[in-house]
Design a protein around this ligand. Structure first.
Ligand SMILES: C[S@@+](CC[C@H](N)C(=O)[O-])C[C@H]1O[C@@H](n2cnc3c(N)ncnc32)[C@H](O)[C@@H]1O
Length: 265
């Protein structure tokens, strides 16, 4: 990551691990998954309300409660408050198989219950800490292109898209209804090159495949060993090779813009 930057953008937020570890002061955090962004908004505005409801789920948790909540989650007739919906989202994600958020073509969450001894359903301190960082960010439900549309030279974007499958069968890319296929990977790469050319610092992670390497030719590509817990094939869990692509770093023009915009803030 560059040492200085203007605004931080993370347009494929998911669990937003990098956003939470960087805790940027000015950020745009975005994802196409509306339920995820609703959850982040609810945690940012009423963490205590979410914690109270999660404490109820923690007490009620068993197989029957999990499947009742999953059915209720997918029932279009239920009128939720944003806080109830956020607590249900976190509860299901904390207790489902492998912590995986997967939906079918019609958008219904379909992951079975996981087998955990003591799942961390209500991490009150973690939620309060998350609320403090989220409150500093603009939370956006949008496609990644819209989310970064007003990024300027000196800003920093971290792209963590659904990965290019390493094998034809390892093609889990459906976090939301609608997959992220080769054309999407190409469109993302074109945008990343354009942004880097304009002096926006771009950091991008993806799997180490010849296709991904070809898309980012001309930018710096580093290979990293990475621990991966989510894979339907147990043999493939563990360490895998991934790529970190870097572009648009530290041109003089970008540094001047950062200095100016930091001074203005
Ligand atoms: C690899 S995950 C990100 C993981 C994340 N870095 C973390 O720490 O958990 C990819 C995310 O991209 C989102 N996504 C998929 N297609 C998208 C699109 N076209 N625009 C914005 N977000 C998208 C998915 O909903 C998912 O949350």
């Amino acid at each position: 990551m560059p040492r200085t930057y203007g605004r931080y953008f993370e347009p494929f937020a998911g669990g937003a691990a990098v956003f939470f570890s960087m805790a940027p002061r000015a950020a745009v955090l975005a994802d196409r998954n509306a339920d995820l962004i609703t959850t982040y908004r609810a945690v940012a505005t009423d963490a205590e309300g979410v914690i109270r409801r999660l404490a109820i789920h923690r007490e009620a948790h068993n197989e029957q409660h999990y499947y009742a909540m999953r059915a209720r989650w997918n029932d279009a007739g239920v009128a939720w408050t944003p806080i109830d919906r956020a607590a249900a989202f976190i509860y299901l994600n904390r207790t489902c198989y492998n912590g995986l958020w997967r939906v079918n073509r019609s958008g219904a969450f379909n992951v079975p219950m996981g087998r955990y001894k003591n799942p961390p359903i209500c991490d009150a301190d973690g939620l309060r800490a998350a609320a403090r960082v989220l409150a500093q960010a603009k939370l956006v439900c949008a496609d990644y292109r819209t989310a970064v549309a007003d990024a300027r030279a000196g800003d920093l974007i971290y792209f963590d898209p659904p990965y290019d499958p390493v094998t034809p069968t390892a093609s889990f890319v459906s976090y939301t209804a609608g997959a992220f296929g080769p054309d999407d990977q190409r469109a993302l790469a074109t945008l990343a090159h354009e942004l880097a050319d304009r002096g926006v610092a771009v950091v991008l992670s993806n799997s180490d495949t010849p296709f991904v390497r070809s898309l980012y030719r001309g930018l710096r590509i580093d290979r990293v060993r990475c621990a991966r817990a989510i894979n339907c094939n147990a043999d493939r869990r563990g360490e895998v090779d991934e790529l970190i692509v870097l572009g648009g770093f530290a041109t003089r023009a970008a540094r001047r813009t950062v200095a100016r915009s930091s001074a203005a803030r």
